[in-house]
Write a protein that binds this ligand. Sequence first.
Ligand SMILES: Nc1ncnc2c1ncn2[C@@H]1O[C@H](COP(=O)(O)OP(=O)(O)OP(=O)(O)O)[C@@H](O)[C@H]1O
Length: 548
Amino acid sequence: MPEIVLTHVTKRWDKFYAVDDLNLVIDDNAFVTLLGPSGCGKTTTLRMIAGLETPTSGRITIGGRVVYDSEAGINIPPNKRKVGFLFQNYALWPNMTVYQNISFGLSNIKEELPKFDPDASRAATLLRVLQKPDDVVKTIVECVDKKGKLDVNKAQIKLIDRYEISIYAAKTLMSYKLHESMEPGTVAQARRPELEAALKSARDKAAAAGCTLNDRFEYEKDGKPVTAVRKLTPEEIDLSVRRVARIVKIGMFMDRYPSELSGGQQQRVAIARTLAPEPTVLFMDEPLSNLDAKLRLEMRSELQRLHIDTGSTFIYVTHDQMEAMTLATKICLIENGVLQQYDAPLDVYAKPNNVFVADFVGNPAINFIDASGAQQSDGTLTLSALDGMQLSFRPKEPLDVAAWYERADAEDKARRDAENARALDKKSVEKGNKDVLFRYHVARVNETEDFGDEAALTDGDFVLGVRPEFLRLSDSGAIEGEIYSAMPTGMETTVKVRVGSFLLTGVVFGGVLYRIGQKIRLDFQGDGVVLFSRRNGRMIAQGSLSVK
Ligand SMILES: Nc1ncnc2c1ncn2[C@@H]1O[C@H](COP(=O)(O)OP(=O)(O)OP(=O)(O)O)[C@@H](O)[C@H]1O
């Protein structure tokens, strides 16, 4: 499976930078979700990797092969990138059966493929299955109804699934009528000589051409595969269709038309159709957004399984952070065309690079608390927050705040210098959609209009990010609060707690009932509270928070 590498990829329309200098390495067999708010550049990124959109500049490789390079003038079309697509509007052909919908694309393939002997392959398959004639009989008689009538269609599908064979092999097997004989073993034995002869004749034919047949019945010469430009044989097409139908469990619906299927079943057919040509990379753009909530959840787990079963690399666009969190091996979070974080979902959740990431991921959302103060000689930070309350933040790892700022400022300066140098280049186009510092939201009881006219921020201005599960409601808590709202779901209750003029959101597990207006006490738990710089919005450290 291929690794996908994007190097300095930019896409702009005039002064609008939809994707700005994106560098990304997508590992073999990864499940990457491209996440971000509407218009941030997710779909553009996906389309550029797939070859449906031409980048303005940069380089993209798939499996070591350059598919796009602005400087070298390389741009391989999508149908030559061996990739598959699954879009929101997957539109099955209504006048074709499920089988035809899946097989249609395969029957149009005409490309360089290994030379193959379908007769030898089928003979070998039948010989393999006939080794256990009693098993074959058992599989067939399972499809006899109460009145003693055999459902031939069902029996064929059972044989196809049981032995992973084509419909042609299943029909031949049925024609042997093992299930009608008192001695299936003898019937099976009687069939062997003709099948063995077919196999030998195929090998002789290959030998006459100076070749050998490998164990997949493909021609080889001097140990190397012999290829030819050809179409797939009906048997190969059937085996592919059956393989993907097995994966998405639609084997029983092959003769139905799309209108005779539920939304979820149609979606599975669309997935099967995409998987049939065995794409090494599968692109999905919000493929579940047309489904209802329950089906979405079901299809999510199907997709996760599919990812393992197919071994393909999945690249999946979504603006639903929950979908991104639950499916991905890695999340690529984009805002305004700029990569914000590329990490495993739990790392994005626990160690967000900046306030934007912290805010975008997690439901209920993280609590932001403005705080100001300084680091003490013991490494902790003494902070004033929530209307003058004195808090102590203890970093999880050793931290030197002054040194952190020095590094961050040096990085910012280097970036600004690079941007200025870029602006001096005559060919460069100034970015119209400028990057602005994300304005996080501090929840208050009486929300006032935020004019953004803050006093100049210093290195002593911080933002604390407290996930709802790090708020602890307990009688021994040092902070006084009052229940502002409580939403029990049975498994947990989401509470908004009023602390002075602020509102903090917490999650309490179990069926606890709270009364609105009820006085409670709370504090913070765990060492996962995140400290951000208010000046540049970036994460400084994780740690624990307590009241002094
Ligand atoms: N052909 C085009 N010409 C000009 N601007 C475009 C064009 N295509 C896309 N854009 C702009 O590029 C930005 C990124 O678009 P893109 O479709 O990648 O966003 P997205 O993150 O997938 O959004 P959504 O979640 O809404 O689909 C958008 O602001 C969009 O308006």
